[in-house]
Design a protein around this ligand. Structure first.
Ligand SMILES: Cc1cc2nc3c(=O)[nH]c(=O)nc-3n(C[C@H](O)[C@H](O)[C@H](O)COP(=O)(O)OP(=O)(O)OC[C@H]3O[C@@H](n4cnc5c(N)ncnc54)[C@H](O)[C@@H]3O)c2cc1C
Length: 369
């Protein structure tokens, strides 16, 4: 008979759900991971996989990010599998004095916190990016980071978790909670199945607000419609992850402007993405096709930076609901409802998946009387 009673129920099979489930299982908690579609079918299966450090916020996020970076670069060893993990630099390019002075202001203060960011002039950028059109650049902030294949990381956590007894159910949408008085004691699935657990953790990315509403609490995680395209594979022509300074000033603002981030994968495909548009209120109703306007704009910006890309064929486009919070700090920890926890809305994700898995496991240990 299939068990329906667990120590911990984790809702959502993305970076955070998979990492938290793995760490809990490893710590001996009987854990089930519930995913409404397939593992890595959300934002975590459709991103660059950059182990972003420059993107971090000050304070608590920056501290976690720096700790997480060291752990992230060891993940192949920790999980015992190939994740295509490699070092990759990150350039944030400015095209004018205003953008450059914003970058300098932002990263000078981060440098005070120990972030090893350098500032490069157009000649120095050209040295590490020989195909770039340096004539349009004012400068860039730069630091060494890392990159891995996104879905490989999510599956690696899940598969390793299974070795420690993790139970995984795909096609299992949580539609309600089981309550005893004021305490949450489990979840109800769309097909009517009831699953019991002493602790329920929401790691549902862009859907976390909806799951909070189901429980009667506000989880201030919004989302934007992340849009991306993939080109055919070509010889190596780009060696760092690049984003426009506008990507950082505009990103997650729902301004409607196109702010580009791009990279070339180790297979040779270019990935172009942007996060400027707000999605519909309910992420379930998001149009999975990117807007033609943004696709054109991404192409225009990318070929401005790298004129050699102008004849490349686009082989795939997609859009995903990508979570964020207005104050750019994550929603993490115990909620006001006994038995209910949340981990969502992180700005830099890949880099802190391990740290968040460990921290949530510690929180559950403390609350597991
Ligand atoms: C184009 C683009 C590029 C990006 N590049 C990077 C990058 O290089 N590095 C980086 O760190 N971040 C990047 N990001 C951001 C990153 O992808 C997301 O922030 C991250 O994937 C969020 O992970 P998550 O686990 O919180 O959510 P998700 O991966 O979205 O996982 C949530 C899961 O919950 C499931 N779910 C929802 N509701 C329910 C329910 N009721 N019952 C069961 N399951 C449910 C969903 O199906 C989903 O699989 C990028 C984003 C975009 C759009």
């Amino acid at each position: 008979m299939i068990s329906n009673s667990y120590d911990v129920i984790v809702i959502g099979g993305g970076y955070f759900g998979s990492s938290i489930s793995y760490h809990l299982s490893k710590a001996g908690f009987k854990t089930i991971l519930l995913e409404q579609k397939e593992i890595a079918s959300g934002s975590s299966g459709a991103n660059y996989g950059c182990i972003q450090v420059q993107d971090s916020n000050m304070g608590i996020s920056l501290e976690r990010t720096l700790r997480g970076f060291k752990e992230a670069m060891q993940l192949e060893k920790t999980l015992g599998c190939n994740l295509d993990l490699r070092e990759m630099g990150s350039l944030i390019v400015a095209e004018n004095d205003v953008e450059m002075s914003e970058l300098v202001k932002l990263y000078n203060s981060k440098r005070d916190y120990g972030l090893p960011v350098e500032f490069l002039d157009p000649r120095a950028i050209k040295k590490i990016e020989p195909y770039i059109n340096e004539s349009i650049l004012k400068g860039a902030s730069y630091m060494k980071q890392g990159r891995l294949t996104p879905w490989k990381l999510v599956y690696a956590f899940v598969n390793k978790g299974k070795e420690y007894g993790l139970n995984v159910r795909e096609g299992s949408k949580v539609v309600d909670y089981i309550r005893v008085g004021d305490v949450i004691k489990g979840v109800v699935l769309e097909n009517g199945d009831k699953i019991y657990g002493r602790h329920v953790i929401i790691t549902a990315g862009a859907y976390s607000k909806k799951l909070g509403e189901l429980a009667g609490i506000g989880i201030p995680v919004d989302y934007i419609k992340g849009e991306a395209l993939v080109t055919e594979a070509v010889k190596p022509m780009m060696f760092n992850y690049l984003s426009s300074a506008a990507f950082f000033t505009d990103a997650h603002g729902g301004s409607g402007n196109c702010a580009l981030a791009m990279m070339q994968s180790h297979d040779g495909n270019f990935l172009l993405g942007e996060t400027g548009s707000a999605g519909p209120k309910d992420p379930d109703t998001i149009n999975r096709l990117p807007s033609k306007l943004h696709l054109r704009e991404m192409g225009r910006l990318a070929t401005r930076y790298y004129p050699v890309l102008k004849d490349l064929k686009i082989i795939r486009t997609f859009s995903v609901p990508s979570p964020y919070t207005q104050d750019l700090e994550p929603v993490f920890g115990k909620t006001e409802i006994e038995g209910l926890y949340v981990a969502a809305g992180f700005k830099s994700c890949v880099v802190i998946t391990t740290v968040i898995g460990q921290e949530m496991t510690d929180i559950i240990k403390k609350n597991d009387n």
